[in-house]
Design a protein around this ligand. Structure first.
Ligand code: FAD
Length: 434
């Protein structure tokens, strides 16, 4: 135990908050972890789906997810990591194509040979990029069009941008899209075979081990205990309010979406609060269906079809063969989108209406259970120059530090990145040079 008498509070028990608590405990600091929800996990949490424990949102692991693998080693659960040779599909103009290999690209009849060659070349180039600084300065739509041409952009990318980013489609950094292409492109056994990972028992296997580590090292986890306010005196943290009750603490590490931070600290300097407000986010409403039989053989299916208003579906059970077929269909949409106001039942019905298009044999009798889960801050919007937009993790309030999923930039949203950013946040708070 260190001589440092400071009391640490971590806000949020998603993977990042759990990682922060673990790291603080390893450095000998007492930790209280506060979570608003009734369970740990945040976006990675599981729920009871008609008798089956499953994640609220799908989670796959890719070969480059090194920070996650290091954590699995540390917790002694690397043996729970499983890899599946997955298949990918592309539903284009009413027809389902195989996707994701050079042969499937050659067989695709929606593009000419030159466009296909340019598309393949672009994917290979993205796979090789190590320094993203130049791409942080340009727009993704411009970058992709330059590489593959307008026609291939319209066929392969336009609907993904428009149904995931809406009015922000043309304002996204090329670095942010490039890292996504690279992460998936590197998750392969060979050129012909994509391989995706999952944890036996799902993300809950990792979350439970992290929880056990924290409790085993004297940390405390408080559920249904949202932090309502960070109290300050003379510009520094002077405690927190939880359920109207004051609790002593000197340092707060917030891992909730940073947009919450100015609401928690009413006297946050306005210039800093404005920097936070400039970071935009897109919510998700994710429909989950349990089906008696698989819809397709694909894990992932991208969609570009005028009659379908979702960018794709994920048939999770083609990755992790959990039993019945589990299908996720995410509606990413800004809250300004009229569909956000639709009830969950309407979104579920919309997805069910799409399924006969994806597989004409589908019958509504296949549906065993249905659910829709929403998350307000599901996806940060990262325009060119995003690196410079991100406020520092050390806030102007002494003792208050913050990070969230936007600090993965330019990397893709993943549990692995939460682990890496959680460690970084602790290093900043403890002034440790990594
Ligand atoms: C649709 C979807 C698909 C995804 N797919 C994948 C995937 O395939 N692979 C992958 O690795 N990752 C995936 N992710 C991303 C992954 O789930 C996240 O990166 C990760 O869970 C983020 O963890 P976090 O701890 O950083 O944040 P969060 O999970 O957002 O956790 C923040 C926590 O803070 C809590 N909180 C908020 N306010 C307060 C307060 N005032 N007091 C106390 N607690 C508070 C929240 O309740 C929440 O639990 C996906 C996410 C979504 C939404």
């Amino acid at each position: 135990m260190t001589n440092n008498p400071k009391r640490y509070a971590v806000l949020g028990a998603g993977p990042m908050g759990l990682m922060c608590a673990m790291e603080l405990l390893k450095h000998g600091h007492p930790v209280d972890l506060y979570e608003r929800d009734d369970r740990i996990g945040g976006m990675s949490a599981t729920f009871d789906f008609d008798g089956m424990e499953i994640e609220r949102f799908y989670h796959f692991i890719c070969k480059p997810d090194q920070p996650l693998f290091d954590l699995l080693d540390e917790l002694g659960i690397r043996d729970k990591l499983r890899w599946t040779d997955t298949k990918m599909g592309f539903f284009y103009n009413g027809k389902l194509y195989r996707w994701g290999t050079p042969l499937s690209l050659l067989a695709f009849d929606g593009l000419g040979i030159v466009d296909k060659f340019r598309y393949g070349l672009h994917a290979m180039y993205a796979k090789s990029i190590k320094d993203w600084r130049a791409l942080d300065k340009i727009r993704a739509t411009e970058w992709i069009r330059k590489w593959i041409g307008q026609r291939a952009y319209d066929v392969l990318w336009r609907s993904l941008f428009e149904l995931k980013l809406f009015e922000y489609s043309d304002q996204i950094s090329a670095a942010w899209i490039g890292t996504r292409i690279k992460r998936v492109a590197l998750s392969r056994r060979n050129l012909m075979q994509e391989t995706m990972g999952y944890l036996e028992g799902g993300s809950a296997t990792l979350l439970r081990k992290m929880e056990a580590f924290i409790l085993g090292h004297g940390g405390r986890i408080h559920l249904k205990a949202g932090i309502d306010q960070v109290l300050t005196r003379d510009g520094r943290v002077d405690g927190i309010l939880v359920g109207g009750e004051r609790r002593e603490c000197d340092v707060v590490l917030s891992t909730a979406p940073i947009q919450y931070v100015p609401r928690l600290v009413p006297n946050m300097p306005p210039a800093f609060a404005e920097r936070i407000a400039a970071i935009r986010n897109i919510p998700v409403a994710c429909v989950i269906l349990k089906l008696r039989q698989p819809l397709t053989e694909n894990f992932w299916m991208n969609i570009n079809d005028a009659s379908i208003e979702i960018p794709g579906v994920i048939e999770y059970s083609n990755l992790n063969r959990v039993g019945p077929s589990i299908l996720y269909a995410p509606f990413y949409m800004p809250k300004t989108h009229p569909k956000w106001a639709h009830g969950n039942d309407a979104l579920i019905e919309e997805v069910i209406g799409y399924l006969p298009k994806l597989n004409p044999a589908f019958h509504p009798d296949w549906i065993m259970a249905r659910h829709c889960h929403r998350y307000d801050f599901a996806q940060a919007v990262c325009p060119p120059g995003f690196n410079d937009m991100l406020p520092p993790m050390k806030t102007p309030v002494e003792g208050l530090y913050m990070a969230d999923t936007s600090y993965y930039y330019p990397e893709d949203r993943s549990i692995s990145e939460s682990v890496a950013v959680g460690k970084k946040l602790v290093n900043v708070a403890l002034e440790i040079r990594a």
